[in-house]
Design a protein around this ligand. Sequence first.
Ligand SMILES: Nc1ncnc2c1ncn2[C@@H]1O[C@H](COP(=O)(O)OP(=O)(O)OP(=O)(O)O)[C@@H](O)[C@H]1O
Length: 227
Amino acid sequence: MIKLIDICKTFVLGDQPINALDKINLDIHSGEYLSVMGPSGSGKSTLLNVLGLLDSPDSGQYLLDGIDTKNRSEAELAKLRSEKIGFVFQAYHLVPRLNSRENIELPMMLAGVNAKQRRQLSTVALERLGIADRALHLPNQLSGGQRQRVALARAIVRKPEIVLADEPTGNLDSRSGKEVVDLLEQLNNEGITLMVVTHDSELGARAKRQLQMVDGNIVQDKRHEPC
Ligand SMILES: Nc1ncnc2c1ncn2[C@@H]1O[C@H](COP(=O)(O)OP(=O)(O)OP(=O)(O)O)[C@@H](O)[C@H]1O
């Protein structure tokens, strides 16, 4: 489903180049559940951003469902993103002046989905995430856990093939965090590929495949042995 070949991404701060991704090679198959761990600055978020087509690599090849993502226009990338990828971020990234339903519908609106279909899909997502009674609330009228549910509803509303989650429980208390993880894992059980970046070793250990990054390299790629 995903193939990264010799992916490099360098940031230059002053005259100091930083190899955030240093020749990354990675194959991800449909339905996998991966965690990405590693020290701060090791390249985890950069990897997620490249996978999510939010950032482009400087060199190397990224194939998504066999499609070479290189030299694509922003419109083509946006289409691929909206059809195939859902994002969940630590800071939720909800639009403050839009209510839950509007936040969930916003990416569909930008993608040109008609109002009736948007309404149908957002209703299903709101119910699925247990926040139907919060449809008209603004983000600042919601708890952290509820905000993350809205963000999750927005991520899955168009049934993406892969959900990329960057510290999805980072701002949540342990109970809300567990609920969000349970929801993500349910999605994975239904076949969605799931990749979670986390500093939380307990959360990372739940994934069936665990990647460890150091200095822009994947230094460990461990799979759970079945009992
Ligand atoms: N936009 C940018 N400009 C300059 N340097 C950047 C930029 N984004 C990331 N970096 C650098 O690239 C390296 C990798 O950053 P990245 O955010 O991917 O690490 P991370 O493992 O996700 O860290 P953390 O766990 O702290 O979130 C870091 O050294 C960071 O300072």
